[in-house]
Design a protein around this ligand. Structure first.
Ligand SMILES: [Zn+2]
Length: 184
């Protein structure tokens, strides 16, 4: 993976993929701008492809911002309601899943940030975003199971995905669905 810094767009991630046959560009509100290259292509070709379509990238970013602008923002009171709900529901559900699949974590905390749904520290502490209470149950469980799997695999390697798939079948699809939801 390489990073190209564009003065207008910011970070552009260049990634090689053995299965891709041509250079593709993707703009995502959550993941930013990604250029996927076939293994035989040069990173410089990826940068050139990005530059050639830069105006499209900028338009797409702008359009995605517009779309989110119309989404109603929760008020501070609504956030507090979500927090109370999250504190009541999430630790209980995490404990259930941990017992079901024999995971042992240290502590669980409910957090409010806009960058991630959850995280797991090396010390085995799990942080869960209070926004999780807005998700359908199966996506919420996917995030919880994802973090539990990090207790055994801190990275996103094959071992991690195999374990997660064994307890959360179709987890890659759930990961995709999750991107449709915004964190407030
Ligand atoms: Zn992860």
């Amino acid at each position: 993976m390489r990073l190209y810094k564009d003065p207008d767009v910011g970070d552009v991630v260049l990634r090689k993929n053995r299965r891709s046959r041509r250079i593709t560009l993707r703009v995502s509100p959550a993941k930013g701008v990604t250029v996927t290259l076939p293994w035989f292509a040069l990173y410089s070709q990826g940068v050139a492809a990005f530059k050639a379509r830069k105006s499209w990238v900028l338009e797409t970013i702008e359009r995605q911002r517009e779309r989110f602008k119309d989404e109603p923002q929760p008020s501070p009171e609504e956030i507090e309601t979500m927090r109370a709900e999250a504190k009541k529901v999430l630790p209980v559900r995490l404990k259930e899943l941990a017992e079901q699949y024999s995971f042992e974590y240290n502590q669980v905390r409910i957090k409010h940030n806009s960058s991630n749904w959850g995280s797991c520290s090396r010390k085995g502490n799990i942080n869960l975003n209070l926004n999780l209470v807005r998700l359908p149950d199966d996506l919420r469980d996917y995030v919880l199971l994802h973090e539990l799997c990090h207790l055994r695999h801190p990275d996103h390697g094959k071992g991690f995905h195999d374990l997660l798939e064994s307890i959360c079948p179709g987890h890659r699809q759930k990961e995709k669905e999750l991107r449709k939801y915004r964190i407030f």
